[in-house]
Design a protein around this ligand. Sequence first.
Ligand code: HEM
Length: 423
Amino acid sequence: MFVLCTWGGRNVTVDEKLNDHAFFATGQHYALFDELRASSPVHWTTSPDQRGYWSIFRHADVKTILNEPALFSSEREGVAPVVDDEMAAIVDEAWGLGQNIAFIDPPRHAPIRKVMAEPFLPNALASSEERTRKLIAGIFDDIPANGEIDLVSDLAVRIPMAVICDLLELPEADWEDMLDWGKMAIGGTDPEYQRGTAAETISFGFRKLFEYGMRRSSERRGCPMSDPLSLLANARVNGEPLTPKLVAYNTVQFILAGFETTRNAFSGGVLALLEHPTQLALLREDPKRLRLAAEEIVRWSDPVISLMRVATADTELGGTRIREGERVMLWFPSANRDPDVFERPYDFDITRHPNLHLGFGAGPHFCLGGPLAKMEIRLALEQLFERYDGIEITGEVERVQSNFVGGLKHLPVRLKPHVMSSA
Ligand code: HEM
């Protein structure tokens, strides 16, 4: 039986809300998750494709599923929350089931991950920190003198784009195209980004990115360079070269994972600091706090809202029977506010330690770019504080309509530079 609530002037079921991308732009999902985590932590949810799925709300259950890739597959139907027929029809070609690292199950997953992981390990990143700092400073240099910007499109989107393109050695001339395709591929459920239906938009964005990935990665074949794309294009796994398609799908994964999530974390983090001035003051007072703050920003901003898995055998979770072939939807904003794990989960606390959030996932698919993303957030905040005294919100804050990868779409602000003392 469904619980009825009022939303948009009419009665809707809880399940309709969970399937409604617009609902997630309201920020009201946190209250709904609190209710469901307590009353129905493994919740059968009806869906437009009539198949239904299990919604998973507790931190412990989400973690269990992420740590059991043989029992909960990423490859069968993918990890994006696809619960309608039109989306299901495009998912394989768009994402590359069995080709994109995030959509490959063990045992094939580990050796491919090994090839991709090396340039993202903390040691490799530490040596590139100064270069990344300069790159990010370059983005801040472009801010107009009056300081009036949309913090999302002018900073939050451009910073990770600059960093991932520098790492992958992709030209700046390609940024605008990639940003457009990325918005369509990941944010195609939001009317602002749509060209046709959501599925048509997502399919178009991914197709363009895939063609781009094919072109750029084929140029690297046979080149003895050490950037992640060249390493991937020239790798051998079990003695065999990787197919051009697999290399292209993972080029797309690097690009999209590199900027679509980090933009949400950074912009969400700035908004959180503006809404919690005591925390902002703490951070300005001692920038050494930036490392812990970056972690809390990821917990708080929930760049990934949900991920899906498919059960490969009958099993049980929290006393609920899950059958082979059924889908489970992992709701990260719920896991990351679970009071069983987080003391005062609704306090944004930049000193929180330990911080056991699942924002970067867990288990074998744990985010490859986590250390890079946290470094970007830290360096970008460092620039913001060094250059500006205050930030004022000047217009409407808008969130992307998505229950998959979500966050801010617009954050209009005025940045106020430090006043130079004449003494
Ligand atoms: C704040 C920013 C980020 C967040 C919140 C985030 C989140 C995630 C999550 C939750 C997963 C797990 C997916 C799953 O279990 O199905 C993941 C995987 C992944 N992420 Fe990130 N990510 C971020 C930034 C990045 C960056 C900067 C990169 C750089 C390329 C990256 C690359 C990847 C890759 C390649 C995977 C797939 C790993 C695998 O399947 O083994 N991510 N990310």
